[in-house]
Design a protein around this ligand. Structure first.
Ligand SMILES: CC(C)(COP(=O)(O)OP(=O)(O)OC[C@H]1O[C@@H](n2cnc3c(N)ncnc32)[C@H](O)[C@@H]1OP(=O)(O)O)[C@@H](O)C(=O)NCCC(=O)NCCS
Length: 208
C-alpha cells in the first residue's frame, strides 16, 4: 500500500516578472490585510492595499522577495529592503507618483477604508530616522491561513535574514498593528523587541 503524503511547501524567490504570480501575491496581501485577517470585505478596490504594502518591494527589491509555494503557487511571502531610508526615497521618486495619478484624492467616498489608503498614497508614512539608522532593513510577511502555524513564517523570515546578513545588514525593524496580537507574539518569540517611536506606533526591532 502506498501512503499519499502532502509535500511540505517550499520557499523560493518570487517571480516578480510573472503577472499571475504578482496578482496572487497582491491577493494574499488583501486576505491578510486586516491585522492578519481577511480584509477583502473592507475595500472596494482589491489591489490598493497591495500597492501600499507589497508592490514597491516586488518592483524595487525583487532579490529580497521570497514566496512559500505549496505546489499550486504562492501561499505566503516575505518582502523587504536592506536600507529603509534609501527605499523610501526611491519610492518617493518612482513608486508613489504614478499611483497618485491612478488614485487621485477623492477617488473614493470620504471616510471610507479605500479613501484612507488613498490618503497613504498621497502622504506615505516615513520611518523615524533613529530607527532607520539603528535597524536599517525592514520587512513584511504574510501567509494565508492554511499555511500558518507550521513553522513557515519562521522559515520565510530566516530566508530573508540570511539574505540580509549576506549583504552585511546589522538589524531590521517592522511595524505591526497593535491589534495583531498573534503576529506580535510570533515576532517576540523570534527575538524582536519593541522600539521607541515618536508617533506611538508599534515598531519591533531585531539585531541580525
Ligand atoms: C504572523 C505569521 C507570519 C507567523 O507565521 P506562522 O507560520 O504562523 O508561525 P510559525 O509557525 O512559523 O511560528 C514560529 C514560532 O513562533 C511561535 N509562535 C507563533 N505565533 C506565536 C504567538 N502568537 N505567540 C508566541 N509564539 C508564537 C511558534 O510556536 C513557533 O515556535 P517554534 O519555532 O519555537 O516552535 C503568520 O501567522 C501570518 O502570516 N499571519 C497573518 C498575516 C500577518 O499577521 N502578518 C504579519 C503582519 S505584521
Amino acid at each position: 500500500m502506498t501512503l499519499s503524503t502532502t509535500p511540505s511547501p517550499t520557499i523560493r524567490p518570487a517571480r516578480t516578472d510573472d503577472t499571475a504570480e504578482v496578482d496572487r501575491l497582491y491577493d494574499i496581501c488583501l486576505r491578510t490585510g486586516d491585522s492578519g485577517q481577511d480584509a477583502s470585505g473592507q475595500y472596494s478596490d482589491p489591489r490598493l492595499i497591495g500597492e501600499i504594502y507589497l508592490g514597491a518591494y516586488l518592483a524595487l527589491e525583487p532579490d529580497l522577495a521570497f514566496v512559500l509555494d505549496d505546489g499550486t503557487g504562492p501561499v505566503g511571502y516575505v518582502v523587504g529592503t536592506q536600507d529603509t531610508a534609501a527605499f523610501e526615497a526611491r519610492c518617493a521618486r518612482e513608486w508613489w507618483p504614478p499611483l497618485r495619478q491612478r488614485y487621485p484624492r477623492g477617488a473614493f467616498a470620504e471616510g471610507s477604508p479605500d479613501a484612507q489608503l488613498v490618503g497613504q498614497v498621497h502622504a506615505p508614512r516615513t520611518t523615524d530616522r533613529s530607527i532607520a539608522t539603528a535597524y536599517p532593513a525592514h520587512l513584511h510577511v504574510d501567509l494565508l491561513p492554511q499555511a500558518q502555524g507550521g513553522g513557515n513564517g519562521r522559515r520565510l523570515l530566516q530566508t530573508l535574514f540570511d539574505a540580509l546578513r549576506a549583504r552585511g545588514v546589522s538589524g531590521l525593524h517592522l511595524g505591526v498593528a497593535p491589534g495583531n496580537t498573534a503576529a506580535i507574539g510570533f515576532y517576540r518569540h523570534l527575538g524582536f523587541t519593541e522600539l521607541d517611536t515618536p508617533d506611538g506606533g508599534l515598531v519591533l526591532g531585531l539585531r541580525l
